[in-house]
Design a protein around this ligand. Sequence first.
Ligand SMILES: *Cc1c(COP(=O)(O)O)cnc(C)c1O
Length: 229
Amino acid sequence: MDYTALCQRIAQAAARAGRDVRLLAVSKSQPAAAIRALAARGQRAFGENYVQEALAKQRELADLALEWHMIGPLQSNKCREVARHFAWLQSLDRDKLIEPLARARPDHLPPLNVLIEVNIDAEASKSGCAPQAVAALAARIVATPRLALRGLMAIPAADADAARRRDAFRRMRNLYDALKSTYPQVDTLSMGMSDDFELAIAEGATLVRIGTALFGPRQRRESAIGHRE
Ligand SMILES: *Cc1c(COP(=O)(O)O)cnc(C)c1O
């Protein structure tokens, strides 16, 4: 889909929902040139799943003021690179990552914005924490200097029909509202991708993550979105 047309569809869905919605362009497996072309049209926020792939593109695009989001499953040994080279981490799903991220966040950068990833459909192979784990993780993030808790992220089951997906989005919305009532600084509910972003916006998303609809199909490596490698 053309960038302008996509932005219009997002804006229309956002207007119907009565809420601002941001677009994260998911650029995994896309070349730096494709990111540059979209940046020239005004897109600033880009999402990547693999740290090494992202760092290579960031070096190529260092002349642009882009906002990089890490959205893929994170291994502990990649915390340092994420803390140094990204503005957001959307896939924090366990306690163990918090300290290494905070320790590695450089003083000259603002705190790392963090979303807790929730495995909302309890899929065995998928990353993300259980819904019951959100409160404890949030408390630890909020108590950690150099990290800023901003909200939640989820990838509902890919095989779910529209009704089940809507239900997953609603459960995320409830978790998000509960989190926000404890921590008013929370302002981001990241859900919705190429196939379901309008439904996600209707159900409460404030940020949608879109790859295929913007850039066209990726290579097969990405078929299992959000799954651990
Ligand atoms: C790849 C990916 C997306 C984008 O998916 P599309 O269906 O291509 O829009 C969104 N979120 C995450 C976490 C992803 O890994």
